[in-house]
Design a protein around this ligand. Structure first.
Ligand SMILES: [Zn+2]
Length: 83
């Protein structure tokens, strides 16, 4: 019998087991709400930057406050949105 040992499946780094009780809940800086809804920034690629040579819109998902709609600055920085 040829039982090759299976290679361990590489786990994506983001799915590390964490104890969420230890994690801080991110609260809205403006209103203190702790529930967020998915939102998108749309980055516009100029034709010069776009791989297709045409202007393209690239959606980037972030989260906005479910109460007042504010997107946390931390997320904005990751997306590099100039405001
Ligand atoms: Zn808020």
């Amino acid at each position: 019998m040829n039982m090759k040992p299976r290679k361990p499946i590489p786990q994506p780094k983001k799915q590390v087991q964490v104890d969420l009780n230890e994690a801080e809940t991110m609260l809205c800086e403006d209103c203190g709400n702790g529930v967020y809804i998915p939102a998108f920034f749309l980055k516009r690629l100029s034709p010069l930057m776009s791989p297709t040579g045409k202007e393209a819109l690239v959606p980037i998902q972030v989260y906005s406050c479910g109460d007042c709609g504010k997107v946390p600055d931390k997320l904005k920085q990751e997306v590099d949105v100039s405001s």
